[in-house]
Design a protein around this ligand. Structure first.
Ligand code: F6R
Length: 239
């Protein structure tokens, strides 16, 4: 085995474990910097973090967050945008200072300038202490689809048709799924001090095996994590 894998029983255990890891960083760092993901996988982790915030165990007062990605062309208030997702599942429930929340703006007039500004913001307060990742069925991390350079920085990415299909479950129809997104690059992601890849559900068994045991190749973006000194997987899949 090339990458450390923490096997857990189910989504509940996975989300508890992930929330614990986030809490440790919040407690340890005076100004924690988190890298966050959206999608189905981390939903329960956010739910648990909100619970622990309500119990008074943690605070996000001094936390700075960088989200991995955002669709191009969706308003910040659009219920399908990742900004909306983050507000709904975490930010509106906790004491985070909104000025410390960074999510690429998919409506920016100049998208490459927006990507540069995002990189600069990370540079200023980074490194990211803990990056949470999910993975797509094709091995993408953020919206870095197969073939993306391991050196890539935050950029405009074209979504694979298969990704649009998979993500259409969050939209009214496939036609509404944007074709492009802004995403942290793989090079950017790899600069985080600690990276936790959450992989939930049997349907991801095949890609997980490639990520953990397969070749490190740009054709399987998440395989790059094998080369990170402090990246590991939490999964409920038997591998
Ligand atoms: C989301 C993101 C994506 C997802 C991936 C898995 O911010 O960066 O890479 O993590 O598509 O999505 P789910 O968890 O919905 O299977």
């Amino acid at each position: 085995m090339k990458m450390k894998v923490i096997k857990v029983e189910d989504n509940n255990a996975l989300s508890t474990k992930a929330a614990n890891i986030v809490c440790e960083v919040l407690k340890k760092e005076s100004r924690p910097v988190l890298g966050l993901a959206t999608g189905s996988t981390p939903k329960k982790m956010y739910e648990f973090l909100v619970e622990r915030y309500r119990k008074g165990e943690i605070s996000f007062k001094d936390t700075i967050t960088f989200n991995l990605d955002e669709y191009v062309g969706l308003a910040l208030t659009d219920s399908f945008s990742y900004r909306y997702y983050m507000e709904k599942h975490l930010f509106q429930h906790v004491d985070i200072n909104k000025e410390n929340v960074y999510i690429p703006d998919g409506l920016a007039k100049d998208l490459s300038k927006e990507c540069e500004a995002f990189e600069r913001a990370i540079d200023k307060v980074g490194p990211i202490h803990l990056q949470i990742l999910g993975v797509g069925l094709n091995g993408h991390i953020g919206f870095n689809e197969p073939g993306t350079s391991f050196k890539s920085r935050t950029h405009v990415a074209k979504l694979e048709e298969s990704t649009r299909q998979v993500n259409s479950r969050f939209f009214n129809s496939i036609d509404e799924v944007p074709k492009e997104a802004l995403t942290m690059g793989i090079g950017t992601i790899m600069e985080a001090e600690e990276i936790v890849l959450l992989v939930q559900g049997e349907h991801k068994a095949k890609i997980l095996e490639k990520i953990v045991y397969g070749d490190v190749t740009e054709e399987v973006p998440a395989s790059v994590l094998q080369t990170h000194p402090n990246a590991y997987v939490i999964t409920d899949i038997d591998i």
